[in-house]
Write a protein that binds this ligand. Sequence first.
Ligand code: AHR
Length: 339
Amino acid sequence: MMKRKKCLAFLPLVFCLTACAGRTMPGQETAAPGEGEKTDESRIAVGFSQVGAESDWRMANTESIRAALSEEAGFDLIYEDAQQKQENQMKAIRNFILQEVDYIVLAPIVENGWETVLQEAKDAGIPVILVDRMAQVDESLYTCWIGSDFEQEGENAGKWLARCLEESGRDKEQIGIVTLQGTKGSSAQVGRTNGFAEVMRGHENWVMLGKEDGNFTQAKGREVMERFLETYEDIDVAICENDNMAFGAVEAIHAAGKSCGPDGEIIVISFDAVQAAFDAMIAGDINAVFECNPLHGPKLAGIIRGLEDGRTVDKIQYMEEAYFDTDMDLKQIREKRLY
Ligand code: AHR
């Protein structure tokens, strides 16, 4: 595929200062490429609009993509952190179009509202690859998607809870549940909530006491759990739709003088499986974690190379995922965790 000619010179300076880190700026002298290094012109220009830096998972995801789309690997990556705002992602996409990048990579914060801007990318002839979360748009507006089966994760969590309650002889008791939800309208929130609800429908004794948006952050997770603890006396289970909210929930539970984990009063279930979640399971604060694999970089680089070679790529590409609980040899697994 022919590399596009980059038109950076006419972009406003303020945009260039924030968006062009790592790229050659107009008027800047570039060092001659070393042996084996690719020149700026031959590299593949990729604009990546990331959700933000709200969680350990997100940092690992950014790092994986940055490492795979490095200059040494033949890419020119323009990274934009949207600070958890959809409007910032839209601005970033429009600026990528102005810069005539070769590919746009988008991790959409929420599923809705992308038609217009993705149509603009399509009209400009720039392929869009969605990573992590999905966008509810016509399929022709994106080339492919890489991510997790969030609904399956939620369902697995529900099934795990049913087994855990049965094993402890509590399967006929009334079970009070609270859910710390991720960013409302994001695929991770929608999928995990729906998957868990599907299993819950088969257990009449499970009562959902409250659900609240914790925006996938530790601070909000703590706040939401504090409110739940003040409002509901009998919380048996806290479903935390990511690890960072689970860390915040554990803080709130301890601060309220309660206990959690396999030997505690409240069962804590989480999603992601970052290293710190293993530490929390080993410490006895979290019962089970359902993996969400953030290491999209190598798959993404492979897809772009495939497209460059004129190959067709699978539209939907799921990451491989597992789950972990305190019955496992967590110390050994923790030592080998990559994120
Ligand atoms: O979309 C993936 C979710 O977003 C992860 O579970 C969470 O940690 C992140 O912020």
